[in-house]
Design a protein around this ligand. Structure first.
Ligand code: C2E
Ligand code: CA
Ligand code: CA
Ligand code: CA
Length: 277
């Protein structure tokens, strides 16, 4: 880059300049969107082997006033880089704890649990453990109904430190799931050391599990491994009865995917909940 006037940088590549501008723009929009209440959460059902509802994954949504729905795949990485993931992550936790407290009031829903995605930056933040516990306390939500979803890659940096944090939360009753299992740098010794309750089989393995013998082998191996390590498994991206049949046949006990329900806002979910029962 070459210095133009004061506070301006002229890039030699106009396409790159445009990309940088678009990023800064989206980042500013995100900051504003947070203040204006453009963010919300959707809930996607998780069911057991008999298709009974056991809980949901909480998924962040952003309704931009001009662009409409912006995919988390697009804004989460940017929120990570800019640090906005910290207030966004707090928002998601608040929503989850408030919802757990509402569900706890009725015997029909008191058993349901929620899974919340945690980003690397959020997890490494010095106040993370305290913030999670505070959110639960504030809403008087049961920590045993909360699962935090971590990914393998975010645990790589300082594994000792990650284990300490996980144990602090686990002592309070919070559970951990390893998200997108199989897509990262999984090592089996690593898996053994983490205080996990659950692994989530990534949807990329589920998608072609009936057609692709390699995917089928991977899924069977993950299920056998989980069984021998006494870990629960949730398969993600289950869209067809065929996929479900294969997964059940090989001992999978938890399912999430369009076959059972898309991520939806609470109002729609309440209806779904009643139709399920
Ligand atoms: P993820 O944690 O792997 O979430 C599952 C994604 O799969 C969701 O995409 C969900 O809508 C989608 N999905 C569920 N069932 C099916 C299915 O049957 N077929 C297909 N094709 N897709 C299905 P979504 O909501 O777009 O989220 C994308 C990613 O953004 C998430 O992947 C997660 O990594 C991230 N994310 C979402 N919400 C949060 C959040 O609150 N905090 C953080 N840190 N990340 C989040
Ligand atoms: Ca997840
Ligand atoms: Ca996942
Ligand atoms: Ca994923």
């Amino acid at each position: 880059a070459k210095a133009g006037g004061r506070n301006t940088l002229r890039f030699f590549d106009p396409a790159m300049q445009a990309a940088v501008n678009a990023r800064l723009h989206l980042e500013a929009d995100m900051r504003q969107g947070l203040e204006r209440g453009e963010f919300s959460v959707h809930y996607q059902p998780v069911v057991d082997e008999r298709a009974r509802l056991v809980g949901a994954e909480v998924l962040l949504r952003w309704r931009h006033p001009v662009r409409g729905m912006v995919s988390p795949a697009e804004f989460i990485p940017l929120a990570e880089q800019s640090g906005l993931i910290l207030p966004l992550g707090r928002f998601v936790l608040q929503q989850a704890c408030a919802q757990l407290a509402r569900w706890a009031q009725s015997p029909a829903t008191a058993h349901l649990s929620l899974s919340v995605n945690v980003s690397a930056r959020q997890f490494r933040h010095a106040d993370f453990v305290a913030e999670v516990l505070e959110a639960l306390r504030e809403h008087a939500a049961n920590p045993r109904r909360l699962t935090l979803e971590l990914t393998e890659s975010m645990l790589l940096g300082d594994i000792e430190d990650a284990i300490v944090r996980m144990q602090q939360l686990k002592r309070e009753g919070i559970g951990f799931a390893l998200d997108d299992f199989g897509t990262g740098y999984s090592s089996l010794s690593f898996l053994k050391r983490l205080p996990l309750e659950q692994i989530k089989i990534d949807q990329s393995f589920v998608r072609d599990v009936l057609e692709d013998p390699n995917d089928a082998a991977i899924v069977r191996t993950i299920l056998a491994l989980a069984q021998s390590m006494d870990l629960q498994v949730v398969a993600e991206g289950v869209e067809t009865a065929g996929q479900l049949g294969f997964l059940r046949l090989h001992g999978c006990g938890g399912f999430q995917g369009y076959l059972f329900g898309r991520p939806a806002p609470l109002q729609a979910w309440d209806e779904m909940l009643f139709s399920v029962r």
